[in-house]
Design a protein around this ligand. Sequence first.
Ligand code: SF4
Length: 354
Amino acid sequence: MKNVASVAETRIYALQGENEAKKHSLHGVNEHFEPNFDAVSADSEQSETSSAVVFQQPGRDNFYFMHYEGTIIRPPSEANSIILQVTVGCSHNKCIFCGTYKGVLFRIKNDDVVNADIDFASVHCTRLNRVFLADGDALIIPHRRLVNLFSRIKKKLPWVNRISLYGNAKSILLKSEKELRELKEMGLHRVYMGLESGSDRVLRDIQKGADSARMIEAGQRIRNAGLFLSVTVLLGIGGKENSREHAIETGRVVTEMSPNQIAALTLMLLPNTSLYHLEKSKKFIIQTQGEMLEELRLLVKNINTPKAQFQSNHASNYLPLNCRLSRDKKMVLAAIDEAIAGERKLTPEFLRAL
Ligand code: SF4
């Protein structure tokens, strides 16, 4: 099991010295952009057993713990953040392409456990000035409890200057703009939101739990509260049948949300998901590499944001891009055309990963 393996690895790192242990423990957390994509599902043993990450200072008997449970994922841009797991799983947990938290019962972790991890970080993570709150949608935590958590972080980790978390449409809309502003004043900087698609048909089919109107409302609420909004879209999630509608509607919705950052991933089917089985029974037809590039082109063409960073440099993508939209649109469309014409090197299938 992956989490047990990472504990063992961390023990080995501990032998290399305290600083190395600290560094590796934080990088031992899986790297993903959105909590959608991890082939490891928690079995009953995993979900019931806390897999604390253990540190031992060389030559000393005392042990230190960071209480991680199950599969921990975080966006790539949080690679140098203190990962504080405040919830386990995802409160929605119904998206048909997502295998990350299959079999995991969502819960908010006990304050005592979270406080112990903050205490740990206050001693051992003094050089990391960002905090990422895991798991799937930490924003679902009731507001007062979040305020207490942020106060504790502020008090114990005064050098931290940025707190980020995942939020879905439901968890965002459960917070008022005033509450979001309050969290911003206490250190919340960035919300990562999984849009996946702007097509109502696709959103319904994949059981995302919100239609495009709610997605737009949620995204705009984050922006109106003055927070940084990072939105993930998923190429290929409409399948061959809905590819065109998916690209055009996603462009429209993203434009209306006006996020600071748009991250595109490309669908990879995971065996523990319903979508995988739909594909096996030919009820969902996944696109070819060329068709995915055509979809990417149509998506980019339909994004008309004044100023957003667009990235498709996640390992699941065939063509890595990093640009500003709409400023660089012409250049990016030309690059995609070159890729479609076979004039650009693409990520080979065997190197794609989630
Ligand atoms: S909201 Fe959907 S995609 Fe995101 S973690 Fe939950 S089930 Fe997975």
